[in-house]
Design a protein around this ligand. Structure first.
Ligand code: GDP
Ligand code: MG
Length: 206
């Protein structure tokens, strides 16, 4: 019998259109890459099972659809999200400049219980291309300004660093889940009103 604990994590990818979100998920989940990735319509949902420490984790990966350019993804997209991959393209200054808006919009829409410790990973994709325009120094400054979000440079085309980026994100989400379960063991006050977003979805058998 497998003694690992089972856990379901909802992961979302956000960032400007064209940065490579759909290609990253395809590469990570299906191990393939296609040059002409058709524009996403509706939400793409992919499932990947991974082992993270002593957990068997089912990653439910939500890829944004064509509507990302309007910065107004539906609330269902953000509901119950456990962790978020923020993506830009290292060859596109505009996609890097848009990160603040994506980050802020996420926090408004998802409204996490603990925004400072919410599990994010920042990804600079398309490093296989020679014409990068965003420097590591700028990215590091951005990460420092935003609660030291971990940063990875990836290539969906070559498969570079995708496993690492998703692994780190899952690990951060599990750590937060474990922390919130510890808190839950010592209730200080019982508040009789509708449950908060995080407490009503404790789907991790930690
Ligand atoms: P999305 O709009 O963020 O989902 O971006 P897509 O996954 O649709 O990718 C947009 C374009 O960038 C497509 O033509 C992809 O083939 C290309 N692309 C995505 N990732 C990479 C990468 O890592 N390297 C290169 N060279 N092209 C990429
Ligand atoms: Mg897409």
């Amino acid at each position: 019998m497998n003694s690992k604990k089972k856990c379901l994590l909802k992961v979302i990818l956000i960032g400007e259109t064209g940065v490579g979100k759909t290609s990253m998920v395809k590469r990570y989940v299906e191990r393939r890459f296609s040059i002409k990735e058709k524009a996403t319509i509706g939400v793409n949902l992919s499932i990947k099972e991974v082992t993270v420490d002593d957990h068997l984790v089912t990653l439910q990966i939500w890829d944004t659809a064509g509507q990302e350019r309007f910065y107004c993804l539906t609330s269902g997209f953000y509901r119950g999200v456990d962790c978020c991959m923020l993506v830009f393209d290292v060859t596109s200054r505009a996609s890097f400049d848009a990160l603040d808006r994506w980050h802020d919009e996420f926090l408004i829409q998802a409204n996490p219980h603990d925004p400072v410790h919410f599990p994010f990973v920042l990804v600079g994709n398309k490093v296989d291309l020679g014409n990068r325009v965003v420097s590591n120094r700028e990215v590091n400054e951005w990460c420092q300004r935003n609660n030291k979000i971990p940063y990875y440079e990836t290539s969906a085309k070559r498969g570079t660093n995708l496993d690492l980026a998703f692994h780190t994100l899952s690990l951060k989400a599990l750590e937060l889940e474990a922390d919130s379960n510890v808190d839950a063991d010592f209730p200080v006050t019982i508040i009789l009103k509708s449950p908060s977003k995080r407490t009503d979805k404790s789907h991790c058998q930690c």
